[in-house]
Each structure stands twice: as structure tokens, then as C-alpha cells.
Design a protein around this ligand. Structure first.
Ligand SMILES: Cc1cc2nc3c(=O)[nH]c(=O)nc-3n(C[C@H](O)[C@H](O)[C@H](O)COP(=O)(O)OP(=O)(O)OC[C@H]3O[C@@H](n4cnc5c(N)ncnc54)[C@H](O)[C@@H]3O)c2cc1C
Length: 461
């Protein structure tokens, strides 16, 4: 660092990507300062993945209590207390926040708890103390925020995922709007905890971008657990009878206590000063970067949700780490965004890695589809009406497994392990020679022998 700068690296944002980049860069010997305007840990720790997953766990006890009867248990007087969950969840989030803080400080990163904006390619202004800091490089890791859309009358009465974590009581009736994983997960949580839940999505299927059969399996399961309205849009929200009334485009009225909109997120770029350095964002506000997360301004980099590449915590972490390795560790690294195992914490869960059937067919031409749809063993005694779906997609030309899709309990846990094999380039023959673990549901992945259909698009083979 030349003496013209106060620090080597200034990181704006203490979430998944920023924290990782700051720690690793500091470990390489860089002098690092990190500004966080809200709480260190960012969306994932404070109001995303972590508190959400704790709520998912809470909801799943309802199924367990119900299912227990088929195994001889009598579970009496099971009651749920929202305030206990909220208090314990919030305490855990605070504990994790403390760990993030400590880890940064231990790594030698200076944390400034205020909003930072860009003045020029090497200058940051801290809005709380109104001082400026000169940095050789700037990393933008400011994340994204939920939007309140569609912009219909009364939408201001709705809450977003941020406010879910502030609710003091469990809503008796809730309308969740959206078809992405956040809407799907929260609708599942509220339904399980006992709220009368409606999930409204304008599309004909939930979870755009996922395999169609998985989407159908989810809709079938959710149809049993809640009031699922697909292909309908929200027209307005009004206060009515001490609660809310949501009117849909077909004239239907849904009476509820809360409306949760989970229809999208936008990068946190407003007021960040990007115009001062000539960085132009795309139509949703995402910052353009190259494979090394460098923006068109050479001293400024960006990672995580603000770049809208794949908006997931492990991806933001990888991007932050790769940035630090490249710039401060002498190890040029970029993140492969093509193969990202991921889960949706609906109940039952979804775990996927690789292509959907439709995409695989388009890319590879001939694919074999191995598919199994079966009743989980546990459901035989519990009597629960539930099916697991597993699909393994194989490129016929190379025998490589190019997609695995699981809809069923623990799909997130299973897909993490399957993701290793698929990332390594496993073939169907590799799956076949793997000995099954019995009795499990996941053993289906290595015992499917006959392709359900061989997909030959018109004109191929
Ligand atoms: C409800 C919900 C559930 C989710 N569940 C999952 C999941 O299960 N799995 C998964 O992988 N991902 C999940 N995600 C996505 C995940 O949280 C994000 O992809 C991840 O947090 C992105 O990390 P980031 O570093 O880009 O941004 P963030 O973690 O959002 O961090 C950005 C930080 O920058 C701060 N900031 C913004 N502007 C400034 C400024 N000007 N000055 C100072 N500080 C600033 C913000 O306060 C924030 O703390 C979920 C998201 C939500 C909303």
C-alpha cells in the first residue's frame, strides 16, 4: 500500500461475501476496513437463511407429532408458543453475530458500524462520522433488499421477509405472495405452525427454473397443506374488520391478518455513489463484474447478491474468497457458477444439482431419465399422504450425470453429498457401482436401473 491510502481494502457490507473477503484478504497481510450499516452477518445470519431454517425446524415438529401416533406414541397437549421461538431464535442470531464480529476482529479487520458510500475510485465516505477513508481497492458487498411488488393499492400494508422476523405474534391467517423459494419456504413454515395460509402466485407453477416434475410434486404437496392459488394476481389490499382483505384479479377476497410479499429482491445500490465513478448497473440495479468480480473501474470489485449472479450465501462466500485469493493471495481464482447444488426448505424439501430435464434435453440432445416416485417408508406407519420423487438425468453420449433432482425429506442434506459426485463428473456407471445404504430413501439414487424414457428430440439420433 502506498502512503496515499489509509487502507489496502475497504469492504462495504458485512454479509456473507464481505466478511469472507475481508478475513481472507487480511490473512494475506492486507490492511482491511469493513463498514456495516446494520448488523454484521448480513442477510443470511440476521434475516435470511439462519433464522428461516430455525423456523422451518419449528414447523416440522407438527408433522412429527402427527406421525408419531402411527408408531404407538400418544402426544398430548402439544402447543406452540411463537414468543418462545422468537426469543430463542433471536438470541441465536445475536450469538452468531457476535462470532462474526469476533472473527473479523481476530483476523485484524477494522469494523466501522456505519453506512459507507463511494466518493471516487479510491475514496469512501462514512456517513455516520462524515469522515473519508482512502483505499487502494474497494469491494462492494452490499447485498440486496426485498421489494414490495406488485405496486397495487394497499401494498404498503404488506410485510416483507425482513418483517417476518419482527412479528410478535403468529398470524392466525396469512397470505403469502410469490412463487420463488422464499415465498415457498415461508408459506410452508406458517402452514406448519398453524396459520391458515394462502400461497398466491401469478405463474402456473411455483419455483421457476426448477425441474417441472419437482414443481408439480411441490404443488401437489402444498395443495394438501394450504390454500394454493396459482395463475392469479393481487389486485389490492384493504383494511377490513380489524384485519386485511386482499382482492385478487378474479374478484376473490382473502381475509387475513398479514400479507407477506416475497416477489423479488433488488441490489442495495441506491445512494451508493456508483454514478460518481461511472459504474452503470443493469435494469434491476446489479453491478456488472468480470469473472474475477472486478467492475469496469479497476480499483472497485463487487461480490454477492449485488452482482445478481447466483443469489445464495455459499456463492457470495466463494466469490469473496476468490476475490481475496486473486488480489491479495497471488492465486487467480474465479467461481464456476454453472454447477451449484441447492435446496429449498419447503416441507417436503427439494434438493437439486445440475440441469433440469428440459434444459438437459436442449443442451445434450439425447438424455436418459431415471425416475423414481415412491412412498417413504416412514409414511407406511404414519399414514401420511406423501411421495418422494427422485430424478437422475444422464447424457447418453458420455454417460455423465448432468442433473439430480430430489423432492423429499432431507433432500438438502442428500444433495450436498450427491453434488460432490456430480461436480467430479460422475457417470451413471459410477452411481450404479456405488453400494446402496439400506434402508434409506436415498438408496434409490444408486438402484435405478431402467431409464423411464429415453428422450430423443426431433431430428436427433
Ligand atoms: C429470507 C431469506 C432466506 C434465505 N435463505 C437462504 C438459504 O437458505 N440458503 C442460501 O444459500 N441463501 C439464502 N438466502 C440468500 C442469502 O441470504 C444471500 O444470498 C446472501 O446473504 C448474500 O450475501 P451478500 O454478502 O451478497 O449480502 P448480504 O448478506 O445481504 O450482506 C450485505 C450487507 O451489507 C450491508 N450494507 C448495505 N449497504 C451498505 C452500505 N452502504 N454501507 C454499509 N453497509 C451496507 C447490509 O446491511 C448487509 O449486512 C436467503 C435470503 C433471504 C432474504
Amino acid at each position: 500500500m502506498s502512503s496515499a491510502y489509509d487502507v489496502d481494502l475497504f469492504v462495504i457490507g458485512g454479509g456473507s461475501g464481505g466478511v469472507r473477503a475481508a478475513r481472507i484478504a487480511s490473512g494475506y497481510g492486507a490492511k482491511v476496513m469493513l463498514a456495516e450499516e446494520y448488523r454484521v452477518g448480513g442477510t443470511c445470519v440476521i434475516r435470511g437463511c439462519v433464522p428461516k431454517k430455525l423456523m422451518v425446524y419449528a414447523g416440522r415438529f407438527a408433522d412429527e407429532f402427527e406421525d408419531a401416533a402411527g408408531f404407538g406414541w400418544t402426544v398430548e397437549n402439544a402447543r406452540f408458543d411463537w414468543s418462545v421461538l422468537k426469543q430463542r431464535r433471536d438470541a441465536e442470531v445475536t450469538r452468531l453475530e457476535g462470532i462474526y464480529d469476533t472473527n473479523l476482529i481476530r483476523a485484524g479487520v477494522e469494523i466501522v458500524p456505519e453506512r459507507a458510500v463511494i466518493e471516487d475510485p479510491h475514496t469512501i465516505r462514512l456517513l455516520g462520522s462524515n469522515r473519508t477513508v482512502r483505499a487502494e481497492r474497494i469491494l462492494i458487498a452490499v447485498g440486496a433488499h426485498p421489494v414490495k411488488e406488485p405496486a397495487v393499492p394497499g401494498i404498503e400494508l404488506a410485510i416483507t421477509s425482513n418483517q417476518v422476523f419482527e412479528l410478535e405474534t403468529l398470524p392466525e391467517r396469512i397470505l403469502v405472495i410469490g412463487g420463488g423459494y422464499i415465498a415457498v419456504e415461508f408459506a410452508g413454515v406458517f402452514a406448519a405452525l398453524g396459520s391458515r395460509t394462502t400461497l398466491l402466485h401469478r405463474g402456473d407453477r411455483l419455483l421457476r427454473g426448477f425441474d417441472d416434475e419437482v414443481r408439480d410434486a411441490l404443488a401437489e404437496a402444498y395443495g394438501r397443506r394450504m390454500d394454493l392459488r396459482l395463475g392469479r394476481t393481487l389486485a389490492r389490499i384493504d383494511r377490513r374488520d380489524g384485519g386485511l382483505c386482499a382482492r385478487l384479479d378474479d374478484g376473490a377476497e382473502i381475509f387475513c391478518d398479514q400479507v407477506l410479499v416475497a416477489t423479488g429482491r433488488r441490489p442495495n445500490v441506491a445512494g451508493l455513489g456508483l454514478h460518481k465513478v461511472g459504474i452503470e448497473t443493469d435494469s434491476i440495479g446489479a453491478i456488472p463484474v468480470d469473472a474475477y468480480s472486478q467492475t469496469p473501474v479497476p480499483s472497485i470489485y463487487a461480490v454477492g447478491d449485488v452482482t445478481n449472479r447466483a443469489n445464495l450465501t455459499p456463492v457470495a462466500i466463494r466469490e469473496g474468497h476468490a476475490f481475496a485469493d486473486t488480489v491479495y493471495g497471488g492465486k487467480p481464482s474465479c467461481v464456476d457458477h454453472r454447477l451449484i447444488p441447492t435446496a429449498v426448505f419447503s416441507t417436503p424439501e427439494i434438493g437439486i444439482v445440475g440441469h433440469t430435464e428440459a434444459a438437459a434435453r436442449e443442451i445434450y440432445g439425447k438424455i436418459d431419465v431415471y425416475k423414481s416416485r415412491f412412498r417413504p417408508m416412514k409414511a407406511t406407519l404414519s399414514g401420511r399422504e406423501e411421495r418422494i420423487l427422485m430424478k437422475v438425468l444422464v447424457d447418453c453420449a458420455t454417460d455423465r450425470v448432468v442433473g439430480v433432482h430430489i423432492f423429499g425429506h432431507d433432500a438438502g442434506e442428500v444433495i450436498q453429498a450427491v453434488g460432490i459426485a456430480v461436480t467430479m463428473g460422475a457417470t451413471k456407471a459410477d452411481f450404479d457401482r456405488t453400494i446402496a445404504v439400506h434402508p434409506t430413501a436415498a438408496e434409490e439414487l444408486v438402484t435405478m436401473r431402467v431409464p423411464e424414457v429415453t428422450k430423443h428430440p426431433v431430428g436427433v439420433g
